[in-house]
Design a protein around this ligand. Sequence first.
Ligand SMILES: C[S@@+](CC[C@H](N)C(=O)[O-])C[C@H]1O[C@@H](n2cnc3c(N)ncnc32)[C@H](O)[C@@H]1O
Length: 396
Amino acid sequence: MHINLKINKLDNQGRGISYYNNKIIFIYNALSDEEVEVEITKETSKYYLGKVINIIKPSDKRVKPKCMYVDSCGGCQLMHLSSEEQHIYKKNKLKDILYKYAGIDKNITFIESDKEYNYRNKVELKVHNNTYAYYNHDSHIEVDIASCLLASDTINEIIDYHSFMNIKNGDITIRSNYQNELLIVINCDKFEFFNEPPANVVGIVVNDKTVYGNNYFFDIIGKYKFKVSYNAFFQINNYVASEIFSILNEHIKGDTLLDLYCGSGVMGISLKDKVNKIIGIEINKNSILDANDNALLNKVSNYKYYVGDTSDVLPTIEDKIDVVVVDPPRSGLNAKTLNDILYIMPKQIAYVSCDPITLARDLNILKEHYNITNIYGLDMFPNTYHCESITVLERR
Ligand SMILES: C[S@@+](CC[C@H](N)C(=O)[O-])C[C@H]1O[C@@H](n2cnc3c(N)ncnc32)[C@H](O)[C@@H]1O
């Protein structure tokens, strides 16, 4: 069924919001103030989902998306919005969520990415008989692609030229680094080499076994070099990650730093000149092995990394901690970890977050004891609705 609607505003996932039959409707690929013809794609008791069939009155903020897969892939929810307006949208989204869920009304400094495209050092794709596809998380459809505008040029070269290997069914993760090397991780039913890989492929891991080269490589963020293991988390936009390091260095200073959810140790290590000791906690064993190597590589003199769940490990730490950096997954801090941080009561906390809603939930508790001195939004993921942030808190 097709209906004509006027769009009120964008929701937190970059979808246009309107109302139909007294129910809210979320519309993909629509912008604020536009009049659009919509096809309803789903109806539940509480809401409709729809997609734009025809734009009757377009927004002057609309631009033509550069990607030919934009309508089917679903990964770039804001590519039809000019980059200036994407920044405004993300900054306002962060501000509105922090006000709505935590009563925080504070100026936000917004940091842009150096690149709008080709900024990703990692992509994850599905593979079926050597055809590579993105998985659309909304439609649950796989979209065959020959390149991705968000991925680095080096990644796109290997997506284009992958005929040296045969992958039946599975998924592939491709990472590139500062010297255009590639680290490839595959999980699949059947794998074989047809030819020698290109010279810049430094490692291929299939079903957790290294079948070519190494299972790690090195990358650079700012002035630091890091080892990145095949299954460890690593920041995907190197420039914006270096901006995170600068912001942390501007605000955080102390004796003993706790780097919670530390991954390969990158954020703590970036603060090595601002603290005397770094303690890191991380659940992924390979990340912790990397963190130890990275501390040595970057000449950190005093550090200790613990592998395990933050909830279990944090209560066992006996050091006197005075500054904390947290960079949790989207779910944010759980209640136990929040309590443990409040028990430590460090003088400063920097909360790095990729989900404003869980951030607001956690700040609502932390703000009872802390003043929020600075909030930064960072465009880590241009053309998507995602917004990275850093909140700096000082104990009262
Ligand atoms: C957003 S990443 C941040 C990593 C790191 N700070 C960085 O900048 O590279 C979140 C990290 O938390 C880890 N993690 C997830 N749940 C955890 C838990 N319950 N306890 C400890 N670490 C966890 C993940 O493995 C991942 O490395």
